[in-house]
Design a protein around this ligand. Sequence first.
Ligand SMILES: [Zn+2]
Length: 214
Amino acid sequence: MKMVFLGPPGAGKGTLSDMASARLNLPHISTGDLFRAAVKHETELGKKVKDIIALGQLVPDDLTIALVRERLNHGDASKGWILDGFPRTTAQAEALQEVDPVDLVVDFEVQDSLILFRLTGRRLCPQCGKIYHLVTMPPAKEGLCDHCGGSLSSRPDDREEAIRVRLLAYREQTEPLIAWYGSRDLLVTIDGSGAPDLVYSRFESAVIRYRQDR
Ligand SMILES: [Zn+2]
């Protein structure tokens, strides 16, 4: 099954992608990871991407599409995949349909107030990378990592004003994409509120419905 996961920052898309990847045995392909791997392995595309990122520019569609196409040609992607972070535009979506058509686009929807709660309460250990939440997953000792004792901090882009800016940008960019997939009957919207296991069970029901319908 070939799937695209969409969702605003704080929707839990990364967690859900990992869960679906492990349980359905499909590769989780994130364009962020693809860029980093291409740069690290100094491939032809990686060299181009490196220069663009070094200049602080956005990687253009044709390069991103070339990287995704290359990744989708790997043997592990022949039975399906989960794409996360791509496509971001209808032009990219059109290109993807030509390369390897999507079966289902899953949009994880979460209300802004819940996204703000999730992200403003997020604390992270800079030493070991463990993530906490002040309310839902607090450390045993305030401000300190349970795992390594490091001092917890928040990301600058997890401040409320910054989150609101990211949400607006996300919605503006993704609205046409959601409409595009919706008009092709490829879109399913999942309630992204609640614990990851609950959201996953909603996703699972949607996949079962999809398989019964086709
Ligand atoms: Zn730690």
